[in-house]
Design a protein around this ligand. Structure first.
Ligand SMILES: Nc1nc2c(ncn2[C@@H]2O[C@H](COP(=O)(O)OP(=O)(O)OP(=O)(O)O)[C@@H](O)[C@H]2O)c(=O)[nH]1
Ligand SMILES: [Mg+2]
Length: 285
């Protein structure tokens, strides 16, 4: 889905999310484990405010496991509750539910101490396009999903996915806009598929992706495309990949456009290894 983020649209999105946030106890910020920095919305902390927040590093199956640990550590040091998961791995459901419940506990305890009847913890998922919000909602809901329409009270009009174990999930995720100003971040967002194909220049995206992959996963790159060596020149590397994969135009010239599509597809499918594009910021001594 292509979303054009005009300033007016952003303001409207912000208002809508703020409105939804009022009815939840926990805001779950979903990040792509391959780009926890580039894929973070610049305003999310301001939006969430003092609400209990958890960071979910999703698509961990596509990210470098060592880097994911480092990113978890990074968020933990910043005081956030963090968990890394893959919606492709059913085993991760439990740890996800545990962290959500932990985050909601203080709110629910306070609620009860004020003499109110016990109630479920309410959670909202936030994240940029394509990070896996819908998949995550289905993943947590699993087979036990029941939708309750028009819950009375201040949650009126909202749809909740009722989980059997004392958790309610708002089934409308907050779609956040990604970073725009940061060129590096934009290239990575495009590489992972968070920015739709027609708003970026695929050539630059693939060139910068190959440049990163050359350093991060040279072996996989060579094996996948049956290359004897990796050319220092990324343009030449791209051409060699095209030749290897038979992406040719009449006359035997490499079809760059097709080659770029192929490389992007392979990367997004995880066929070029488990790669994390964002480095954890260096700690200041
Ligand atoms: N490998 C992998 N793919 C995932 C994971 N979670 C989601 N995906 C894939 O990511 C793509 C986007 O998922 P969605 O759930 O549609 O993302 P979304 O955030 O709802 O996207 P929008 O509705 O466009 O904002 C889909 O192809 C999912 O199958 C994961 O943990 N691992
Ligand atoms: Mg969705």
């Amino acid at each position: 889905m292509l979303i054009q983020w005009f300033p007016g649209h952003m303001a409207k999105t912000k208002r809508l999310i703020e409105e939804h946030l009022k009815s939840v106890d926990v805001a779950a910020e979903l990040l792509d484990a391959r780009i926890p920095f580039s894929g973070a919305n610049p305003m999310v902390e301001e939006l969430i405010g003092t609400k209990a927040r958890i960071v979910i590093l999703n698509k961990a199956d596509l990210a470098d496991p060592v880097m994911t640990k480092k990113w978890e550590e990074y968020f933990r040091k910043k005081g956030a509750s963090v968990v890394s998961i893959s919606c492709k791995d059913g085993k991760d459901r439990k740890k996800l539910l545990r962290i959500i419940r932990e985050a909601a506990l203080p709110v629910l305890t306070k609620w009860k101490s004020r003499g109110f009847k016990a109630r479920s913890a309410r959670v909202m998922i936030l994240g940029i396009p394509n990070v896996g919000k819908s998949t995550l909602i289905n993943f947590i809901a699993g087979a036990a999903m029941t939708r309750t329409a028009n819950t009375p009270g201040h949650t009126r009009g909202k749809q909740w996915v009722k989980l059997s174990d004392g958790l309610d999930l708002l089934d409308t995720p907050g779609v956040l806009w990604p970073k725009f100003e940061d060129q590096e971040a934009a290239l990575r967002l495009a590489a992972t598929g968070a920015i739709a194909g027609d708003v970026f220049d695929a050539h630059s995206v693939v060139i910068s992706l190959l440049d990163a992959l050359k350093k991060m996963a040279p072996q996989v790159l060579m094996e996948k495309y049956k290359l004897k060596e990796l050319s220092d020149e990324v343009e030449i590397l791209l051409e060699e990949i095209g030749r290897r994969r038979g992406c040719l135009l009449p006359g035997g010239v490499v079809d760059f456009e097709r080659t770029e599509t192929l490389v992007l597809h392979d990367f997004r499918q995880g066929k070029l290894g488990r790669v994390t594009l964002d480095k954890v910021p260096e700690e200041k001594e």
